[in-house]
Design a protein around this ligand. Structure first.
Ligand SMILES: Nc1ncnc2c1ncn2[C@@H]1O[C@H](COP(=O)(O)OP(=O)(O)OP(=O)(O)O)[C@@H](O)[C@H]1O
Length: 306
């Protein structure tokens, strides 16, 4: 499903969670939705799912308004981290309910996923561990095959092998049944290989909406002997560095032109890709930056080496 959001504002009393956000997402892609704590990710997903009415602005899914529009919300699935969507008895009950609610529901797939995650279908969801509840939520989200499926940190409670099983299942099922998928996450490195496009929001505003590869190409890792790396990176925007014995790897932000690349090669330095997480930290103001100090979004969008 196609998403068009224009000048979206959402306020909770005095708190402005979404502050004039404009964004369009094409159908049939996997999007990563990233942002620091309190940046407005859950608020955005809640408005997109029709759980909340926006304070101002326009929200359209496939060209139609969302809030209190059953013909649209019935085709949208938002799985939240709290698992409240499945708090209705056993996992089997949750599946029964989802089957009734979801036109594209695949019951056999749901049961195979419960098996994959080691979930006892008869167990009451309320008596499950946090990770097991998350897994039930993930099963409901995947097997529902909603044309717009959104996971809001739904898998945070799951352990590493279960999360990996989820990523594998998501990718395989997405290839077999293409749809629009939005993944909100703080586990950036773990999930970033799934993203076709990345949306970063900060303080309720859009900072970046770009193809993953284009975003990653904004940074370069420079690796080699410490003295050469330091000489090469002097005056450039260095996001961070790692030292291993006499070898240093520095993460640079911004384009390196062919001349600079030639210089690196002549100095015996290796140029490689940068981690999405390092870019994210930079684009949202750096680890020690308070929300008030973070650079404005317009400045962050330029992508030039300073
Ligand atoms: N029900 C609510 N009532 C009042 N303020 C709220 C409510 N829900 C969210 N907020 C505020 O809105 C802002 C955005 O919150 P939101 O939950 O959308 O952020 P988030 O990006 O999902 O954060 P996190 O990564 O921590 O989950 C925050 O300042 C938050 O305190």
């Amino acid at each position: 499903m196609r998403i068009d959001v224009e000048d979206l504002v959402l306020r909770y009393g005095d708190v402005t969670a979404l502050d004039g956000l404009t964004l369009s997402l094409e159908p049939g892609k996997i999007y990563g939705l990233l942002g620091r704590n309190g940046s407005g990710k859950t608020s955005l997903l809640s408005v997109l799912a029709g759980f909340r009415r926006q304070t101002a602005g326009d929200v359209r899914i496939d060209g139609r308004p969302v809030f209190e529009n059953g013909s649209v919300t019935g085709r949208i699935s938002l799985i939240r981290d709290t698992g409240e969507t499945v708090d209705i008895g056993s996992a089997e009950d949750a599946i029964f309910f989802a089957e009734w609610l979801r036109p594209d529901w695949d019951g056999d797939y749901a049961r195979s996923l419960l098996d994959l995650f080691g979930i006892d279908p008869k167990k009451n969801v309320k008596e499950m561990s946090k990770g097991q509840r998350s897994a039930v939520g993930v099963v409901i989200g995947l097997a529902g095959r909603a044309p717009l499926t959104m996971f809001d940190e739904s898998y945070l409670g799951m352990d590493a092998p279960s999360r990996q099983a989820f990523y594998d299942a998501l990718l395989a099922d997405y290839i077999a049944h293409p749809r629009t998928i939005v993944l909100s996450t703080h586990l950036i490195e773990e999930v970033s290989s799934l993203f076709e496009e990345v949306v970063i929001i900060d303080r309720g505003r859009l900072v970046v909406h770009e193809e993953s590869q284009a975003l990653l190409s904004r940074g370069t890792a420079v690796t080699g002997p410490t003295a050469q790396v330091d000489a090469f990176t002097a005056g450039l925007t260095v996001l961070g560095a790692r030292q291993l014995g006499p070898t240093k790897s520095a993460m640079l932000y911004g384009d390196l032109d062919d001349v600079r690349r030639g210089e690196a090669s002549a100095a015996g330095l290796e140029l490689g890709p940068i981690d999405m997480q390092d870019l994210f930290i930079h684009l949202t103001g750096g680890p020690g930056t308070s929300r008030a100090e973070a650079p404005p979004a317009a400045e962050l969008r330029t992508g030039e080496t300073r």
